[in-house]
Design a protein around this ligand. Structure first.
Ligand SMILES: [Zn+2]
Length: 454
């Protein structure tokens, strides 16, 4: 199996490189000042799918995902660090804020059955790494100390700047709010800060060869990816909103250091809408995993719902679609328990060529799910084996069975109605309800004490 992914820079499908049987991956991680919403998590799920697909084909994966706990400036407020802003709102130490939301982030990944990365470097613990890269950039004439004591990247030193996002340098206009105070200090308005002088700021600052200060956000990903992945990234993953300026700037920095193309494939996950509107905190339209759990829905149903759409198509998530995915998940889990009895628990793994080619072809998860629906309806005698093959990529824990607490409202209603029908000796109704319940994947047995299900 050769996995091919859509590369944003070349705008074509490219086979993933597997030098010596290992693929190096980097995924931009969360800024830990609030809970990741489902739109953010969709990107982290993308990294998980790529990693699972490679693992399935026998390739080892080294995945690094950073934790941004300093230096991510807010665009709403001039010169405010997102973590420091939240720390003053919650009235606790900024590092405590960061650790709190970092813990929540790992919990959310586990709830979505996203396998952990190999390394989760924190920005605040990688200061030296970033400083040494900044010093190297100054030495290579790609960065300079501005008149305000901050260090800036000289964008004109990057000849191919803009190739990733399509933003040509001469078409870029000055005027981002958070940049205005820097404008007089740097040579060109599109240059960006690698190291920010502390100024009035007293928290989360470090000494450096350029004075007290803190790192910029873009340098964080260059430093961590190159230093931890041996100076080359085979697959770089992030949300589409990071393509510019974050990834464009990261590419300029990294290429200046290595002298060649540091990232082989740039993979971007598309925007997620929720109930028809962009998911963003500022618009109040945000869905968290906890919201899904609070509705009695298994968070893995959310994973299934996201997989019904290709990662690079914009998707509109709705409560209706999440609930439909929950029904489907339980039906499949129920049927797999039934097939386990009918077909036996075979240890064999079989590859379904259609599913395999859908994986290889840029992770076509909707096609995998269509194929599973066809297998479900077929007369095949190895349905469970084929479902479990697909589940190595899908990660839906399809052999988890159906548990009391995961019964859907519809299942509970039908069980209740059948119990009443039996008490009232309406046998025809009872039989009809049994058929409906079996269609949902439940096995019904009648005992002297009443009906039971499994
Ligand atoms: Zn990044």
């Amino acid at each position: 199996m050769t996995l091919r992914l859509y590369d944003t820079k070349s705008r074509e499908l490219k086979p993933v490189a597997t030098p010596n049987g290992v693929t190096s991956m980097y995924c931009c991680g969360p800024t830990v000042y609030r809970d990741a919403h489902v739109g953010n998590l969709r990107t982290f799920l993308l990294a998980d799918l790529i990693s699972r697909a490679l693992t399935l084909s026998g390739v080892a994966v080294t995945l690094v995902q950073n934790i941004t706990d300093v230096g991510h400036m807010s665009e709403d407020f001039q010169e405010d660090d997102k973590i420091l802003t939240q720390a003053s709102i919650e009235k606790i130490d900024p590092f405590e804020i960061a650790r709190k939301y970092e813990g929540n982030f790992h919990k959310d990944l586990a709830r979505l059955n996203i396998r952990p990365a190999n390394l989760y470097p924190k920005a605040s613990e990688s200061i030296e790494m970033m400083q040494s890269m900044i010093a190297e950039l100054i030495k290579k004439d790609a960065a300079y100390v501005g008149s305000d004591g901050s260090v800036y990247f000289d964008v004109h030193s990057s000849k191919s700047y803009g190739e990733l996002s399509g933003n040509r340098l001469d078409a870029l206009k000055p005027g981002h709010k958070h940049e205005t105070s820097e404008d007089s200090a740097k040579k060109f308005h599109a240059d960006w800060a690698l190291w920010k002088a502390a100024g009035n700021r007293s928290q989360m600052v470090w000494p450096s060869p350029w004075g007290l200060g803190f790192p910029g956000w873009h340098i964080e990903c260059s430093a961590m990816s190159l230093k931890l992945l041996n100076s080359h990234v085979d697959v770089h993953v992030g949300g589409i909103d990071l393509r510019f300026p974050h990834h464009e700037n990261e590419r300029a920095q990294s290429n200046a250091i290595t002298g060649n193309e540091s990232v082989d494939i740039w993979v971007h996950g598309e925007h997620l809408l929720f109930e028809g509107r962009k998911m963003s905190k500022s618009s109040g339209n945000v869905l968290l995993i906890q919201d899904v759990i609070d509705r009695g829905i298994d968070p893995i149903a959310l994973r299934l719902c996201l997989l019904e759409n290709r990662y690079r198509s914009q998707m509109d998530l709705t409560w209706k679609s999440i609930e439909a995915a929950h029904e489907l998940l339980l039906r499949w889990r129920g049927k797999i328990s039934v097939w386990a009895i009918e077909e036996g628990l075979q240890d064999t793994t079989e590859i379904d060529p259609e599913i395999e080619s859908a994986i290889e072809n840029d992770l076509d998860t909707p096609k995998i799910l269509l194929r599973l629906r066809a297998i479900e309806k077929s007369e095949l005698k190895n349905k469970r084996v084929l479902f479990m093959y697909a589940d190595q990529i899908l990660g839906l824990q399809l052999d988890a069975g159906v548990k009391e607490k995961t019964l859907t409202a519809q299942m509970k209603d039908l069980l209740e109605a059948r119990s009443i029908a039996r008490n009232e000796k309406r046998w025809a109704d009872s039989d009809q309800l049994r058929v409906k319940l079996e269609e949902l994947g439940l096995i019904i047995k009648d005992t002297p004490e009443g009906q039971t299900w499994s």
